[in-house]
Design a protein around this ligand. Structure first.
Ligand code: BEZ
Length: 429
């Protein structure tokens, strides 16, 4: 890339820039990164001294302003959530292509990292992107447990983090920060909507089934809250470890609980297995299932007719039939060769948030406060419908009631309009 700045072009003749950056950076590696890719603010600071610099030195500084912005995509490209990571990536790339390959005049360089949905490697993978690859922005990830390990690195380094799926409440709750944004949902939101859908349908006694990890636990709590507000109660929560797909132990217990219906949180390949096993156990016609829509988004091809009639709740649906959604779906299908789903929408909106920020500062990534303010205040015309961010930087959006018909998650009304996560514990609310 001819525009990219090289280490030896910068360090040799810019002591003023180097000193300024080193005094403000938060980690030695990040300091080094900034030395190699000086910010426009640092460049301007350095210009006072530039008068004394040789001409070739000033030339090099000016070139640095056009350096591509480095974006790290930290997502699962293997394992049970691989397809989710692929759809987020394709849609993020689609948004950039639609913007002509630049955001706010800055070209982007994308670095992809497969996080394998492995929480144990979360902090190390995030550090690798921030300290070794020296990215400016991280877009990631899908799995709540992995996200938990990324948050501390994002907070300490100040790296802009846009979360395109993982719903862990802490990211926009107790661990919220000015540089952390979400384009997806909090785990509480769709599950809360599902609890209301179940109670509105007249079910009084409910069970909940899920994986035993952050997203599952938070979904169970959201479901219970939504159901309780409408007069229903959750009598039992049953779990299997993530990403286990032997659901027989919990399926065997459900008929004996005396419940009217079952709430659920599963996604990706695990959801396909769960829904098939639920039907095979003869439960589909006995105990209505009301799952967070992740169970049937991106999985209907693999599920086939076994999913027909399932009711779910989510912040996206098929058949919204808005000009924005129709255009998005057509463009996504043309690019990726498959139908759009909620993950694609969230990846696209991660791109829209980044675009809103960079366009507001005309690509000057070091106008940090203005950049953050523009992202926080973005009013997106999302394929999901209108979307804004709450004070804790979490999407405010509709939760739709959906029914599976003819291989689609057909919208069947709005369960909760413009639902905001309460952002409990966030110091910015
Ligand atoms: C999560 O871990 O937060 C998550 C994973 C897949 C779908 C939805 C949420």
């Amino acid at each position: 890339m001819s525009d990219e700045i090289k280490a030896d072009e910068i360090t040799a003749d810019k002591p003023t820039v180097a000193a300024k950056v080193a005094s403000t950076a938060v980690s030695p590696a990040r300091s080094a990164a900034k030395l190699l890719r000086p910010s426009r603010r640092a460049v301007l600071t350095g210009l006072g001294a530039a008068a004394t610099l040789p001409l070739f030195g000033r030339f090099n500084i000016v070139r640095a302003q056009g350096a591509p912005l480095k974006v790290g995509l930290m997502l699962p490209y293997s394992g049970t959530f691989a397809q989710l990571g692929e759809n987020i990536t394709s849609a993020f790339e689609l948004l950039i292509a639609q913007k002509g390959g630049t955001l706010g005049g800055r070209a982007l360089e994308i670095i992809k990292l497969d996080d394998e949905s492995n929480p144990a490697k979360g902090p190390e993978n995030m550090k690798r992107l921030v300290d070794r690859d020296m990215v400016d922005v991280v877009v990631g990830t899908v799995h709540s447990g992995v996200l938990m390990g990324m948050l501390q690195v994002a907070r300490e380094s100040g790296t802009l983090l846009i979360i395109p799926n993982a719903g862990a409440g802490a990211a926009t709750g107790a661990q919220c920060a000015p540089n952390i944004f979400r384009s997806s949902f909090s785990n509480w939101q769709p599950a809360y909507g599902c609890g209301r859908i179940a109670a509105d349908a007249g079910y009084k006694k409910l069970a909940y089934v899920t994986w035993d990890y952050a997203a599952g636990k938070e979904s169970a709590a959201g479901f219970e809250e939504g159901a309780k507000e409408k007069g229903a109660e959750v009598v039992q929560v049953l779990t299997v470890p993530f990403p286990e797909t032997n659901f027989q132990p919990i399926l065997a217990q459900l008929p004996g609980l005396g419940v009217d219906a079952v709430g659920a949180f599963y996604a990706g390949g695990g959801a396909v297995q769960f829904i098939k096993d639920y039907a095979a156990a003869g439960l589909k016609d006995k105990l209505p299932l009301i799952a967070s829509g992740f169970a049937t988004d991106g999985t209907l091809g693999a599920l086939g007719s076994v999913a027909d009639g399932l009711v779910t709740g989510l912040h996206y649906a098929d058949g919204l039939d808005t000009p924005t959604d129709n255009a998005f779906r057509a463009a996504f299908k043309e690019k990726a060769g498959r139908e759009a789903d909620v993950y694609a929408v969230q990846g696209y909106d991660a791109g829209q948030l980044l675009a809103a920020g960079l366009e507001a500062v005309q690509g000057d990534f070091d106008e940090t406060d203005a950049l953050h303010k523009a992202i926080a205040g973005a009013k997106l015309d999302s394929p999901r419908g209108p979307m804004t961010l709450s004070p804790s930087h979490n999407p405010v959006h509709n939760i739709y009631r959906r029914v599976v018909k003819n291989g689609m998650n057909v919208v069947d009304g709005v369960a909760v309009e413009a639902l905001a996560d309460p952002g409990v514990g966030c110091s910015m609310t």
